[in-house]
Design a protein around this ligand. Structure first.
Ligand code: COA
Length: 169
């Protein structure tokens, strides 16, 4: 199978996308030409937003930040390695925030390599500006009516406000 070595997949749940994710996307595009943001339907986590809502909101943000269309979100079901093979991509990019992320990320990378030996994972360290951000903390702040502008793009902030306005907890 032939692969493009200029394209990578940045997979995640993105529930929701944060400035931490955007930082990884921006920096990935310095080393590769095109990034597919693989939005997973399947994850052990409890998800707040539907796959469609996550993909649509991420694409709204990406159209604004990357108008040259080198980063776009695509939803996928099933295994990440199958998605990567379908897209003919053999490079996965993941961000690492702290040592606490390492074990889980190492396990994911190993399992993916066991399932598809041609697929490699590249880790980028989270930047010092965003390493404290996480999707679950963002949701907690949104639920409690806090200011989100430091943590997520405007479009995501609106999505969170709409959601928690409709379903207050
Ligand atoms: N800066 C700040 N925060 C970051 C970050 C960064 N650079 N990178 C990740 N995060 C945070 C996210 O906000 C999120 O926070 P949360 O734990 O509070 O939700 C957390 O780190 C990780 O979320 P995300 O980046 O969305 O990825 P994930 O760990 O949810 O994604 C998949 C896991 C989707 C890659 C994995 O479950 C998968 O591949 N699923 C498909 C099915 C499959 O193939 N399974 C077998 C895998 S071996």
């Amino acid at each position: 199978m032939s692969y493009s070595n200029k394209v990578a997949i940045y997979p995640g749940t993105f529930d929701p996308l944060t400035f931490g994710h955007l930082d990884i996307i921006e920096r990935s595009l310095k080393i590769i030409d095109k990034l597919i943001i693989g939005v997973a339907a399947e994850t052990p986590k409890q998800i707040q937003f539907s796959l469609k809502d996550r993909v649509d909101t991420i694409n709204l943000v990406l159209e604004k930040y990357f108008p040259q269309e080198n980063a776009r979100a695509v939803g996928f079901e099933g295994l990440l390695v199958d998605f990567a093979r379908n897209e003919r991509v053999n490079l996965i990019i993941r961000g690492l925030r702290a040592a606490s992320d390492f074990e889980y990320e190492f396990q994911l990378a190993w399992m993916n390599t066991k399932l598809a030996s041609e697929i490699e994972t590249l880790f980028l360290p989270a930047s010092e500006k965003t390493h404290f951000v996480s999707s679950s903390i963002v949701k907690q702040i949104a639920r409690l009516g806090g200011d989100l502008k430091e943590f997520v793009p405007k479009e995501v902030s609106q999505q969170l406000k709409d959601y928690y306005g409709q379903y207050p907890k």
